[in-house]
Design a protein around this ligand. Structure first.
Ligand code: IMP
Length: 429
């Protein structure tokens, strides 16, 4: 079966963009299945001719777009901010990357409206802060599940769009004004602005589920690209400190309209240490200078918001859980090179609460906040790995670290990344 799902196995920012770009060389279609412009997938293109090396941060468009033979799909499970999408298409176009005929957008995907962003920002000023990206993700998914959302297909019919916008804006303005004392949004300006998107978006819109299923029948290969990570999943993550969608592998089927029986493999992308942006429990977090060092060496600042990421050691308890809920069949380890300069590399192998050892990862935040991580300490390798091009050439301590992870997690590690560039990718075996 030709579908491979790529999921973040931690709290997002594992380096999925680079891995998806790398794998795209050998696939026909790359399809994003959930989330929105809260994601920031970074891809570095090598220098070519007179063009210098270039870095792109994609928020909505799948990371396969840099391979001209790949068709990119934004699935029904994604929430699309038309403004952000248009800006991304324009940015790619000005860099000479064509999206025409290569980008398909689901007619059923929901739209993020200015009132979603306003509500997201205002709610974050209350007492239960999630630390969201402020991109309107939660409020847009609320409307989707309330069945009052506006979808891509509605953009294409002016009467429907006006009717739906009018109904929504009346309700949202009341909420903004009465509940939050915030400024109301102007309906006419909004209608004007969103009507203009139909001309720009029209050529990309289609029934992407139908397209993908047709592709499956023709045995074309599909890579399903997840955003965020399993521990931010609204059902399986550290609720309520999560995003509002399903980054776990199950989300790929509902978010693309493809059958579970079409899935061949699930690759979990795992950073060689841990990071988290926003609030919520993080058992292996380092709030000392070691955490500071991981952040500066790893460049751990949000690709979307620029916020400093919280940093800590790798956590095998949460990873075992992530492997279970995703059904991960293979792992890609990223940013191994960030650990090059550390004398010791601790890995969390167990959680304790008082004198009790927990049997697994607790997803209730009350327990998770109380756990103490138990570490196994590895000797660092103190050698630069970013120039290594074959797994066997990694320093012995780095190989032992990888082998230990593989043995503990009981999942094959197929790839190790030692830098952001395409050529800094090692295939194991
Ligand atoms: P939201 O998705 O903007 O609602 O944010 C909810 C939580 O998910 C916050 O903790 C965010 O920091 C986190 N989050 C959302 N998108 C990403 C991402 O792409 N990488 C890492 N964390 C993210």
């Amino acid at each position: 079966m030709p579908v491979q799902i790529i999921v973040g196995a931690q709290w997002g920012d594992e380096g999925k963009g680079k891995i998806v770009d790398h794998l795209s060389e050998h696939v026909d279609i790359v399809a994003r299945y959930q989330g929105g412009a809260n994601a920031g997938h970074t891809v570095v293109l090598p220098a070519r001719g007179k063009t210098k090396e270039r870095e792109f941060v994609l928020h909505l468009i799948p990371s396969g777009i840099f391979h001209p033979h790949v068709t990119c799909v934004i699935g029904n499970g994604v929430v699309i901010d038309p403004k952000a999408l248009m800006a991304e298409i324009a940015q790619l176009r000005s860099a000479g990357i064509n999206t025409k005929g290569r980008l398909l957008i689901s007619h059923n995907a929901h739209l993020i409206m200015p009132y979603h962003k306003a509500l997201d920002t205002i709610r974050e000023q209350g007492d239960q802060k999630i630390g969201t990206t402020g991109r309107g993700i939660g409020p847009a998914y609320i409307d989707k599940y309330m069945r009052t959302g506006i979808r891509v297909v509605d953009l294409l019919d002016r009467d429907v769009l006006c009717k739906k916008l009018r109904r929504n804006i009346e309700e949202k303005n009341e909420l903004l004004r009465k509940v939050y004392g915030a400024t109301e949004l102007d309906l006419d300006a909004l209608i004007q602005e969103y009507q203009e998107f139909d001309r720009e978006i029209d050529e990309y819109v289609t029934d992407t589920s139908e397209y993908l299923n047709r592709a499956l029948r023709k045995k074309r290969s599909i890579l399903a690209e997840g955003a965020q990570g399993a521990l931010l999943d609204v059902d399986h993550g550290t609720y309520p400190y999560v995003t509002s969608s399903n980054p776990t592998s199950g989300g790929a089927c509902t978010g693309l309209g493809i059958p579970p029986t079409s899935v061949r493999s699930i690759m979990g992308v795992v950073k060689a240490y841990s990071t988290r942006v926003g609030n919520g429990p993080f058992p292996t977090e380092l709030t000392d200078e070691t955490g500071e060092r991981l952040r500066s060496v790893g460049g751990e600042f949000g690709a979307t918001t620029g916020r400093p990421r919280r940093c800590g050691w790798l956590d095998l308890v949460s990873l075992a859980y992530s492997i279970r809920v995703n059904g991960i069949t293979e792992i890609a380890i990223t940013k191994l090179d960030v650990l090059d300069a550390f004398d010791e590399i601790p890995v969390c192998i167990q959680y304790r609460v008082g004198s009790k050892t927990l049997s697994g990862f607790p997803t209730d935040v009350q327990t998770l906040e109380k756990v103490t991580p138990v570490y196994r300490i590895f000797k660092g390798w103190r050698t630069q790995t970013s120039d290594v091009r074959a797994f066997r050439d990694l320093p012995p301590n780095a190989r032992s670290y990888i082998r230990f992870l593989e043995k503990s997690l009981r999942v094959r590690i197929g790839m190790v990344s030692v830098g952001a560039r395409r050529d800094q990718t090692l295939h194991v075996r």
